[in-house]
Design a binder for this molecule. Structure first.
Ligand code: PEP
Ligand code: MG
Length: 321
């Protein structure tokens, strides 16, 4: 089976009926690039930059951050690299970032909320990212966006950093994109409006499932309620993709649903442009896509999303495939 998968190395990711999509990888550090290259990832769909901030005693400075981002961009050699800005809080703890104790940390002070309230810290990262953009195909992504104001504030900070760098004589020679994760239901619901502000969306199903279903992603006791087959989750995913496309932006997915063999055909039928996953899943996903008729699945979507029960929906989907 491994040998069969190897035949997909170096191939385009293309469905049975000719739809081309991209499979990128999720990484936590430049060290993971080895696996990306071995498994023929077509880019980086999610670089979780918070790992650079973990397991140390203080914030990485601009130079340290710059070097990490630059390494990834250079090694990917012009392929797209989505770097997510600091996503701290909730399940992601960083010892020296003191977040006051909260009753509901998943609903609290975290990610973009923390960064916007600490512009001095945020700007160090944005400056490092902008400087690194000269070394490849960078896409900056903000996590945990729940409103349009947050996007506008974050974009203002990018503009401020750009001016600073210009004044320092640093020339930014490459185009870069700015996008957001859609992982909070409020963002999904107004994705038609948010799409007008950004270059791309990446759907974060790990959190989107948790917030849509009100099921803590870490809670084992109720883990049976944490399912991507809930029609509410799948309807939101469809809505996000449609709203992105109506506004001519690309839509990817970096939550673990994008590497789920049972759901890849459905996502392809919905028109997802980019799938980002653990490197070990790339070749098998490329194989699944090569066997999927995206047009056929597309015609079945309404039928599938009208099934009210997650268990039943999952079985119907299996039968259709
Ligand atoms: C997600 O929420 O789906 C996601 C990709 O980000 P993380 O798992 O890091 O929260
Ligand atoms: Mg998330």
């Amino acid at each position: 089976k491994k040998e069969e998968l190897k035949t997909f190395i170096g191939k385009k990711t293309i469905s049975k009926d000719g739809k081309v999509v991209e499979i990128g990888c999720n990484i936590g550090s430049p060290k993971d690039l080895e696996y990306v290259l071995d498994n023929d990832g077509e880019g980086i769909g999610l670089y979780r930059s918070e790992f650079l901030f973990m397991d140390r005693k203080k914030f990485p400075n601009e130079e340290e951050q710059f070097l990490s981002y630059k390494t990834v961009l250079e090694k990917m050699n012009g392929k797209p690299v989505v770097i997510r800005t600091l996503d701290v809080g909730g399940d992601k703890n960083i010892s020296y970032i003191k977040i006051p104790k909260e009753d509901n940390p998943f609903l609290g002070y975290r990610a973009i909320r923390y960064c916007l309230k600490n512009p001095d810290i945020f700007k160090v990262q944005i400056r490092a990212l902008l400087r690194a953009s000269n070394y490849g195909n960078l896409k900056i992504m903000f996590p945990m966006i729940s409103s349009i104001g947050e996007i506008r504030q974050a974009k203002t900070i990018i503009e401020e950093c750009k001016k600073e760098l210009e004044n320092e004589g640093i020339i930014l020679k490459n185009k870069y994109e700015v996008g957001i994760m859609i992982e909070i239901p409020s963002a999904a619901i107004i994705s038609d409006l948010l799409a007008k502000e950004v270059d791309f969306f990446s759907i974060g199903t790990n959190d989107l499932i948790q917030y849509t279903s009100a099921v803590d992603r870490m809670n084992q006791t109720i883990s049976e309620l944490y399912t991507p087959f809930h029609p509410a989750v799948l309807r939101l995913i469809k809505l996000i993709i449609e709203n992105g496309h109506k506004n001519n932006i690309w839509v990817g997915m970096c939550g673990s649903v994008s590497g789920n063999p049972e759901l890849i055909p459905l996502l392809l039928g919905m028109g997802l442009d980019e799938f980002s996953m653990n490197p070990s899943k790339v070749l098998n996903s490329r194989k699944i896509i090569s066997k999927t008729d995206a047009g056929f699945i597309n015609e079945k979507i309404d039928e599938i999303l009208n099934i009210s029960d997650a268990f039943e929906l999952r079985n119907t989907l299996k039968n259709i495939l």
